[in-house]
Design a binder for this molecule. Sequence first.
Ligand code: Z5A
Length: 213
Amino acid sequence: MTSAAGRFITLEGIEGVGKTTNVEFVRGLLEAHGVEVVVTREPGGTPLGEEVRELLLDHRHDGMAADTELLLMFAARAEHIARVIRPALAAGRWVICDRFTDATFAYQGGGRGIGFERVALLADWVHRDLQPDLTLLLDLPVETGLMRAGRRNNADRFEKEKLDFFERVRDAYLRLALQEPQRFRVITADAPLKHVQARLQEVMTEWLATRIS
Ligand code: Z5A
């Protein structure tokens, strides 16, 4: 099956929620429907964006001003949209992105306390009408997410943040989902992986039914 128009799907959630694991699962579901898929991530997704990602995560920049962080996220995103996302969608491919602008609302708007309004100004400037068609928000209690992520070595600049930071991030994500129920699907990630993926499959099957002919 070939779809005439590309679709844009994002996965979001706090640290340790299982986005990276499930991006591959969602890719498999789409490919089983014959959809041509591009998988990418933010911050990153282009050579320039990956360099910006290194700056953002590196402890050499501990204490980076919140506005600097915000602007770097959007600088990487502008490149990503121009070089990867828009061309892929225009060619009829489906794009699955591990985080997008909702992460900026949640982390910089909520976590860093910048607020949604200023993030929205930049979102409007950088990508105007480009919005995900579907956002899968994986949700679980912060303690569980941090415990899962804690299995890794070398925590980066974000992973070193405290519990209350991630509580604000989670809260911001859930507020975004309430504001846009058409676009968001909230998936409980506080369950064994096979249950999370069974739910993802249900949600995707329902969503795809009206989009693939
Ligand atoms: N950031 C930002 O501030 N503003 C922005 O605009 C954007 C990003 C775009 C890097 O992002 C940082 O950038 C991020 C926010 C900030 N920092 N934080 N926090 P990232 O997406 O690359 O980093 P991440 O959140 O740490 O994501 P990740 O590495 O992709 O981790 P994940 O989403 O949690 O996925 P995972 O690696 O698949 O899962 C974590 C572990 O849990 C792993 O061992 C899995 O095997 C396990 N797992 C997964 N699912 C389950 C279930 N169901 N049960 C048990 N264990 C599980």
